[in-house]
Design a protein around this ligand. Structure first.
Ligand SMILES: [Zn+2]
Length: 327
C-alpha cells in the first residue's frame, strides 16, 4: 500500500470512529437498511414499520382522581456503561452508583415516601448484590429487566443469542428478587428486529424504551397490534444528556435541569397524562444533583392529585382500564 493510500485509509477509519455523527447521517446499522431518497411511498412506510405507535392508552381517570401519574425510574448501569473500554478510572465513575449514588436515591425516596422503578442489568447486580437487597428492603420499589450485560440489542446480531440473554436476565432477577420482573427497558433504548417479539413471548406486562408519545400507548409491529403496552421515555426527561459525558465542559447546572423536568411535569399535569423520569444512580446520585431532584419531588408533591407510582403500578392500572373499556 502506498503511503498516500495508507494515509487516506487511516483518515477514513479515523473519521469513521471519531467524527461526531450528524443526525440522519450515521453509518447504516446491519439489519436496518437505510431508506434511500428515491424510495417509493410504500417503501418509506415499510422502512419505518417495524415498531410504531398504536392507540393511546391513557386512562380516562387516574386512581383516586389523580391528575397524572409520576414515575421516577433509575437505570442501574454502573460500570457496565464502560464495558467496551474498561479502564479503571472511568469504571470507578460507574462504581460510584453502587457505593454512593443508589444509597442517596433510596434515602431520598424514603424521606419523600415515594416508590420508584429500578432497571438493573443482571451483571450490574452481580457486581454489587447488596443493591437488590437494599431496594427490596424498602418494600415499595419495582425491579425490571435492563439486559444481561447492558448489551445494545441492535448490535447482538443473532436472534437466538439475544433470546438467550433475555431469558438469563429474567431468570437472574427472578432468583435475586424472588419475583419475576414484569417490566422491560432495553439497554441504551435499542431494539433489534426481534426484540419486540421476544419480550411479548416472555410475557412482559409493559415496555419502557420508546418515545413516540409521552403517555401510555400500544406498540404496533409492522402495522399489527401487539398488545404490548408502552410506557414511554424521552431524552428530555433523562439525566444522561445533561450531566454525562457529552455535557462535559458545558457546566451542567442541576438547577437548570430541574427547570426542564418541572416544565415536563407542569404540562403533563395540565394534560392529565404522565411523567416518567429516567435517571442513573451513578449520575443523579451526586450531591448537587440529588439535591435538585429532591426539590423537584417536593415541588410535585405540593400540587394536589399527583400519583407517584412504579411503572408496574401504572401498567397494571392502564391494562385494567383498557380491559374495562373494551367490555
Ligand atoms: Zn442503561
Amino acid at each position: 500500500m502506498s503511503s498516500n493510500l495508507r494515509m487516506s485509509v487511516l483518515a477514513f477509519v479515523l473519521r469513521l470512529f471519531f467524527a461526531p455523527p450528524v443526525a440522519g447521517q450515521e453509518p447504516p446499522i446491519p439489519g436496518f437498511p437505510p431508506i434511500p431518497i428515491d424510495a417509493t411511498e410504500e417503501q418509506v412506510r415499510q422502512g419505518v414499520a417495524l415498531v410504531r405507535a398504536g392507540q393511546k392508552l391513557t386512562p380516562k381517570a387516574w386512581p383516586n382522581g389523580a391528575r397524572l401519574a409520576v414515575c421516577l425510574s433509575f437505570d442501574v448501569d454502573n460500570e457496565l456503561l464502560w464495558r467496551r473500554t474498561p479502564l479503571p478510572v472511568p469504571l470507578s465513575q460507574g462504581e460510584y452508583g453502587a457505593t454512593t449514588g443508589l444509597r442517596r436515591v433510596l434515602d431520598l425516596l424514603d424521606r419523600q415516601s415515594i416508590p420508584a422503578s429500578f432497571y438493573i442489568p443482571a451483571m450490574s447486580a452481580a457486581l454489587h448484590p447488596q443493591m437488590i437487597q437494599d431496594i427490596l428492603q424498602r418494600k415499595r420499589h419495582e425491579i425490571g429487566v435492563h439486559g444481561w450485560m447492558h448489551e445494545n440489542l441492535s448490535q447482538v446480531g443473532d436472534a437466538a443469542e439475544e433470546e438467550k440473554l433475555l431469558r438469563h436476565s429474567i431468570d437472574y432477577l427472578t432468583k435475586a428478587t424472588g419475583k419475576r420482573p414484569v417490566g422491560f427497558r432495553a439497554p441504551s433504548w435499542a431494539f433489534s428486529q426481534s426484540t419486540l417479539n421476544q419480550i411479548r413471548m416472555a410475557g412482559f406486562l409493559y415496555d419502557s424504551s420508546f418515545m413516540a408519545m409521552d403517555e401510555p400507548y400500544e406498540l404496533l409491529a409492522n402495522g399489527q397490534k401487539t398488545g404490548m403496552l408502552e410506557l414511554p421515555i424521552n431524552w428530555i426527561a433523562d439525566d444522561y444528556p445533561y450531566y454525562e459525558p457529552e455535557a462535559s465542559g458545558s457546566l451542567p447546572d442541576p438547577q437548570l435541569v430541574l427547570e426542564v423536568y418541572k416544565g415536563e411535569f407542569d404540562l403533563a399535569y395540565e394534560e392529565h397524562t404522565m411523567l416518567i423520569l429516567t435517571m442513573h444512580p451513578h449520575i443523579t446520585g451526586h450531591r448537587s444533583r440529588i439535591a435538585a431532584l429532591e426539590k423537584l419531588v417536593i415541588y410535585m408533591k405540593a400540587k394536589p392529585g399527583v400519583w407517584f407510582a412504579t411503572l408496574e403500578q401504572v401498567a397494571a392500572y392502564v391494562k385494567t382500564q383498557e380491559q374495562a373499556g373494551r367490555k
